[in-house]
Design a protein around this ligand. Structure first.
Ligand SMILES: *Cc1c(COP(=O)(O)O)cnc(C)c1O
Length: 404
């Protein structure tokens, strides 16, 4: 089965929450608690997730992509603005910036596979409004360095936490360090509702704007009289009660899932120590999600040979998350074919990020909790793997490397 760890641990809890909603007959997120059996699953999920992560506010949404758009809209990022985003990320990080009519500026990643803070300042121009660090593959970005740059240049920070729900950096959950965090509940993420997401912030004004953008300009929770009270034009990116029910049950499992993944990843990694030519990507904080183990070979040749024998591919060739493989943005396609309203000078060419290219050609993902061929992690273990299965996978990897 492909998917994230949350999808491997569905059980009685999700069923119960879902049945509550079905039996109540109220599938829409709005209602009056206690009236007609309304269950308020979405609102309860928002409240619990805000408390769990340390946000003052959470807005549940229909996707991580929608969540990113809510953040950009809340911060007023649009035409003429530039946002710095890593070249190794899911297309949605880049696409949402473009769809707000702003310009994505692609940055290098370092050997943590997250944005390289030492390469950010050279990309800052008078048009730069924000940095969008992506906590890629569950690994928190180097937030101290990023926040220092943002402060120095007066930039907003939108944390793309779509692959890192629940991760923490220096004791703080990701998404609570910058101005806003965007999270996904898609099936390939840490916890899931199939599709879904949420936005977190502790700023009242940003919360109100994000909420409005996600719900046709309404004030939070549509409290009070809506007509005559709408301050903005918005979209519909609401979560419904069915998704809210699953989100609630999955949210309550989040910390347990992370604890299990960290233990399984440690067991796998411990058994792969001391192999000549093999290292691992840098982990910026032990509070990472541990959804994947990324092997980092000394040379591209060694990674290529390993992948050939293991039936996998280095991240560079694994598909989805590498700018070189995003034909929809390369050579101005994003501005012409896909987004005809926007015309800008930004130009994305293959191999424009040589440091990222080199690292991704040496990096190979092994699944721990996220089993996803599109990430290059079609092989490895999953959250339910036993100690014996983990030992077998480690043995196979070691044998392949030692035979090269
Ligand atoms: C999955 C993902 C998104 C988008 O989330 P969806 O819920 O699929 O819309 C955005 N950014 C990153 C880094 C992601 O991995």
């Amino acid at each position: 089965m492909a998917g994230g760890p949350g999808s491997y641990v569905f059980g009685a809890e999700e069923k119960k929450e879902l049945m509550d909603v079905i039996e109540s007959g109220n599938l829409f997120r709005y209602g009056t608690p206690g009236v007609d059996g309304f269950q308020a699953k979405v609102a309860t999920f928002e409240k619990e997730m805000a408390e769990r992560l340390g946000h003052k506010h959470v807005v549940a949404t229909s996707s991580g992509t929608g969540s990113l758009m809510c953040c950009l809209a809340a911060l007023g990022i649009g035409m003429g603005d530039e946002v710095i985003v890593p070249g190794y990320t899911f297309i949605a990080s880049i696409a949402t910036i473009a769809m707000m009519n702003a310009t994505p500026i692609l940055a290098e990643v370092d050997d943590s596979l997250t944005i390289d803070p030492t390469k950010i300042e050279a990309l800052i121009t008078p048009k730069t409004k924000a940095i969008m660090p992506v906590h890629m593959l569950g690994n928190p970005c180097d937030m101290d360095a990023i926040m220092a740059i943002a402060k120095k240049h007066d930039l907003y920070v939108i944390e793309d936490c779509c692959q890192a729900v629940g991760a923490s950096y220096k004791g703080k959950r990701v998404g609570t360090i910058g101005n806003m965090g965007a999270y996904s509940l898609n099936v390939f993420k840490t916890i899931t509702t199939g599709d879904g997401g949420f936005v977190g912030t502790s700023d009242d004004t940003l919360y109100e704007r994000a909420f409005g953008f996600h719900d046709q300009g309404h004030k939070p929770s549509r409290m009070g009289v809506e007509v005559g009270n709408r301050s903005m034009v918005g979209m519909n990116m609401r979560m419904n009660e069915l998704a809210g029910a699953v989100a609630l049950a999955q949210g309550r499992k989040l910390d347990g899932i992370l604890e299990t993944l960290r233990a399984k990843k440690k067991a796998l990694k411990d058994q792969l120590q001391g192999i000549p030519g093999l290292g691992f990507r840098k982990i910026n904080d032990a509070g990472e999600c541990a959804t994947l183990l990324t092997l980092l070979f000394d040379t591209q040749e060694m990674a290529a040979k390993f992948c050939e024998k293991a039936g996998t591919a280095p991240i560079a060739n694994s598909g989805w998350h590498v700018y070189n493989n995003m034909e929809q943005i390369l050579e101005k396609k994003m501005w012409t074919d896909n987004h005809p309203f926007h015309n800008c000078d930004a130009h994305y060419a293959k191999h424009m990020l040589p440091q990222t290219d080199d690292i991704l050609l040496r990096a190979v993902n092994i699944s721990v909790g996220v089993v996803d061929k599109g990430l290059g992690s079609g092989t490895g273990i999953n959250i339910n793997s036993t100690d014996a299965e983990i030992a077998q996978v480690a043995k196979n990897i070691r044998a392949i490397i030692e035979s090269l």
